[in-house]
Design a protein around this ligand. Structure first.
Ligand SMILES: CC(C)(COP(=O)(O)OP(=O)(O)OC[C@H]1O[C@@H](n2cnc3c(N)ncnc32)[C@H](O)[C@@H]1OP(=O)(O)O)[C@@H](O)C(=O)NCCC(=O)NCCS
Length: 155
């Protein structure tokens, strides 16, 4: 499948947040409760936070036929803070390509490791890209506890 990768702009926020919401509702719902999904998806509504991510982080989108089909953002030089693929474009190597770009970016930034917190849903993906689990953790968001994993890979 053909797609392009480019840096995100503020104008992409509506598409990014709707992808985020729909992917959580349709894909992450395999591994988290209805209550957790509702709260997690509501993160789409915090527009100020998305603006900050686009302005301050290294934020990239994958685009095909003028539609955003995946996105990722890197904070603090080597921390992968988000990686989401459109619900209708799963398993088409979009995340693999976004991840490779973030790994190169972290190297360019002078780091020899890339770290992330990843969902239960995403763990098999990171496993297939040679990430190791540092620990399983419980993270609080809006009063609910979410189980996820801290993973890393030496670059
Ligand atoms: C995890 C996620 C980003 C992967 O995106 P993707 O574009 O579908 O991944 P790719 O197509 O690049 O996958 C490459 C390889 O990873 C592995 N993989 C990906 N998803 C997998 C799954 N659900 N189960 C098992 N292996 C998986 C496979 O080996 C796959 O290769 P294959 O399709 O030839 O078998 C995507 O499923 C997603 O958006 N998940 C929900 C959001 C999320 O939890 N993000 C994590 C950050 S909190």
């Amino acid at each position: 499948m053909d797609f392009e990768i480019r840096q995100a702009t503020i104008d992409d926020i509506p598409e990014i947040t709707s992808l985020f919401r729909n992917t959580i509702i349709n894909i992450n719902s395999r591994d988290y409760s209805d209550k957790q999904i509702k709260v997690w998806a509501s993160g789409a509504d915090d527009i100020e936070k998305w603006e900050k991510r686009i302005n301050n982080d290294y934020f990239i989108v994958a685009e095909a036929n003028n539609q955003i089909i995946g996105f990722s953002y890197l904070t603090k030089g080597n921390y992968l803070d988000g990686l989401f693929v459109h619900k209708d474009y799963q398993r088409k190597t979009i995340a693999s390509k976004l991840l490779r770009i973030m790994e190169s970016r972290a190297s360019i930034n002078g780091f020899d490791v890339l770290k992330s917190d990843v969902s239960i849903t995403a763990l098999p993906f990171f496993d297939s890209h040679y990430y190791e689990v540092e620990k399983k953790q419980k993270k609080s968001f809006k009063g609910l506890v979410f189980e996820n994993y801290i993973v890393y890979r030496d670059l």
